[in-house]
Design a protein around this ligand. Sequence first.
Ligand code: GLV
Length: 393
Amino acid sequence: MSRSLNSSTVVNIEDLRRLAQARLPRAVFDYLDGGAEAEQTLAENCGAFRDVMFRPRGAVAVCDCDLRTRVLEHELSFPAMLAPVGYSRMMHPTGEVAAARAAGEAGTGYILSTISGHRVENVKAASNGPVWYQLYLLGGRGASEAILDRARRAGCSALVITVDTPVAGMRERDPRNGMKELLGTSVLAKVPYLFNILAHPGWLVSFLRDGGVPKLENIVIPGKGPMELVDVTAALAQATVTWEDLRWIRQQWSGPIVVKGILIGDDGRRAVDEGAAAVVVSNHGGRQLDSVSPTLRALPEVVAAINGKIPVLMDGGVRRGADIVKAICLGATAVLVGRAYAYGLAAAGQAGVARALQILRTDFERTLRLLGCCSTTALDRSYVETPRDWDME
Ligand code: GLV
């Protein structure tokens, strides 16, 4: 691991965030860091973890902690996978390939976003762990059929369908930073934003060496080739997936389907009825509808509704190993981390992702020991105290 990422310089995920902020132009950093509207849900996703307190068992010597968990037939070395993160190749040229490789080396899984700049085949080949493909219906059904076939052939072992994007959330930082103009073709429209880009020469050189704005390599429009990268508002405008679409997708994909973006018990039950193999309790990292519950708070309702029929994953606000422990105590089988690893990717490519995973894993293990708990599977509600006003099922 490079010296700039060693354990005295990068102690926690916030340190990686600071390095990412220094390296990236504001438009790219804010795309990653920001959320929708007043960013209330973005903040509360993290805040909810602070509201849950631990109840440790004293005088318990825990020698060999078993951190592993199983998700859809995969054994994970600890209960955190890498969430789909759009535009990763804009954050670092090695993007999705580096993140998947780091996940595999850490013994865990990676989920490739549809909004990705590296080909699914290369991403899967880079990892010795599970890779799942996250599908938006971008580019129409023809393009979706083609990518589902490619993902299956490449060896992706599950399909993730995101159901919280009927339109893009209003991420107020993006228009202020000229994200749309920067990705567009008019040179004149970019001028007001160029000063900030030029002030980040390290990022700029690597971006230009990589060929500039990447294409969406996994959305190949029949007869036209890979789709041009568009800003997130335009992308998600075409991304809606309904329960009816899910039935069509089911016919194209025979493997497990994971439904991501569930926040209420009824939708959890519906996902089970529609044949989901797992759900992800998610508010899209506070990037879609603002003022929805933080995911940790929504988790118990969905866990109760699903009642053990399929695994419940969660994402949103995970920045520490202790957060992962709290989510498991409240019924998640594993968490997905998004920003926590993407800060590392933006800061230093694969080494940054590896450092993020190392931090989370080390924290996770230490927390288990401090709790007096010997394994991930032994964690339960008795190890945490939730605020009185949380409506616990
Ligand atoms: C992409 O899915 C995003 O939320 O930015």
